[in-house]
Ligand binder design. Structure first.
Ligand code: FAD
Length: 393
């Protein structure tokens, strides 16, 4: 058996997810992409097989099996369908505010419904005028008689209109930047909350991406996550944990594209032999496989660090590196895979053009890859490293 970092128990769960992906999700992937409809049947499949539970602790109805296995599940599903992989990644993203910053009461109220998948979750940070510069947000939350009144809007929110619970960031003190932001749990039936529109887009077509509006939207004070002014710190802590999920989605896309291109190259013949035996194609396949394995090394290392309880401060750089490298790998590998299929790579009958479109978003959301590079460099500058070359002339 090939070397594997997973334990026997973890492998068993991976096998279950892999089988669901291969037998139930793969045959739906092209249709989900073409229809641009949210795949509720895939949500139902995840509910039936308790796949959402992989992201939660046992006391809230989850499996308590940890981060590494959760990433592996996203990777396996994304190999065949990036939209379906994203359903898992966003369930984690939308729940992490509770997991990291929720009171016992808030966790008990919401996490069991998220762990079973009865409710889907979303994370609403971005606004039309503030993406990378999230501290420039303009949505406000004013305290009024035991409630908060939210006014403003959020843009590009994954799971808009399908989520029942939104983690929303808003300014409780608009005179401040980072320090004026607080986090709130907003239920989809809150008065004054609306999904104003859904965006047609390049890839991950079955996933909803929408604009949320808050018009005198009233939220109980008990739904504030943490203290006033702590929202920005929580938003960044959430991303430190969740962006590895985007890395897992990206790695799944990259490995799926590599596997598909390999099978094709073994059977497609030109000039009297399979194209896999032409050295230029063989080199592409070798580089694609190597990039996937290197990306997996960074991603799984992050999962192992999180499971070992490494402090959050150390996770920042590890998750940024995993997300950056997996996403760049997905974009590059899918482009090469399309090239290996030649004209067939470019047409809809084959899955690679979808994989290439799906790969692009992984370089953009949960912090663009430019922002990941800034984060990694900032952490490097902060590190206290022994400089072995100090004496070298
Ligand atoms: C399909 C989709 C789903 C999404 N889902 C969610 C979600 O669920 N929740 C949510 O809150 N957001 C979500 N987003 C928003 C996403 O995270 C932002 O689009 C992203 O962070 C970039 O913000 P922006 O689009 O405003 O680009 P900008 O911040 O305007 O950036 C534009 C360009 O400038 C670069 N740039 C910006 N600042 C710097 C800098 N300091 N140094 C170097 N380069 C810089 C960026 O890398 C980018 O290339 C989603 C977006 C999409 C498209």
């Amino acid at each position: 058996m090939p070397y594997d970092v997973l334990t026997d128990d973890q492998r068993e769960i991976r096998e279950l997810v892999r089988t669901l992906a291969r037998e139930r999700i793969a045959p739906r992937a092209a249709e989900i992409d073409a229809s641009h409809e949210f795949p509720w049947d895939v949500v139902e499949l995840f509910r039936e097989h308790e796949v959402f539970g992989l992201f939660f602790e046992e006391r809230y109805g989850g499996t308590g099996t940890g981060t590494l296995l959760a990433l592996v599940a996203i990777e396996e599903v994304s190999k065949v369908c990036a939209t379906s992989g994203l359903i898992l990644a966003v369930q984690a993203l939308g729940s992490l505010g509770l997991v990291l910053g929720g009171s016992d009461e808030q966790c008990e109220r919401y996490l069991p419904r998220l762990a079973s998948g009865e409710w889907l979750a979303a994370y609403a940070l971005t606004e039309a005028g503030s993406g990378s510069d999230s501290a420039a947000m303009r949505t406000e939350a004013r305290r009024d008689d035991g409630e908060y009144v939210l006014n403003g809007s959020k843009r590009f929110i994954t799971n808009a209109a399908v989520a029942s619970l939104y983690t929303v960031f808003a300014k409780t003190d608009p005179s401040k930047r980072h320090a004026g932001i607080s986090a709130f749990l907003v239920e989809s039936d809150a008065p004054g909350f609306e999904v104003a529109r859904l965006e047609p887009k390049m890839g991950i077509s079955g996933s909803t991406t929408g604009e949320l509006t808050f018009t005198d939207c009233r939220v109980p004070e008990a739904n504030r996550l943490g203290s006033e002014g702590e929202g920005f710190r929580l938003a960044m802590r959430i991303l430190d944990h969740s962006r590895a999920g985007v890395g897992a989605q990206a790695l799944g896309i990259a490995q799926g594209a590599t596997d598909y291109a390999l099978e094709y190259a073994k059977t497609r013949e030109t000039m009297g032999k399979p194209i896999a035996e032409h050295q230029l194609i063989a080199a592409k396949l070798a580089d694609m496989e190597t990039a996937c394995e290197a990306a997996r090394g960074l991603l799984y290392r992050f999962g192992q660090m999180a499971d070992a309880g490494v402090p959050d401060a150390e996770l920042t750089k590890a998750s940024a590196m995993a997300k950056l490298f997996c996403a760049d790998t997905a974009m590059w590998v899918t482009t090469e895979a399309v090239q290996i299929l030649g004209g067939y790579g470019y047409i809809r009958e084959y899955p690679l053009e979808r994989m290439m479109r799906d790969a692009k978003i992984t370089q953009i959301y949960e912090g663009t890859n430019e922002i990941q590079r800034l984060v990694i460099a900032r952490e490097m500058v902060r590190e206290q490293r022994a400089f072995l070359l100090a004496g070298v002339s």
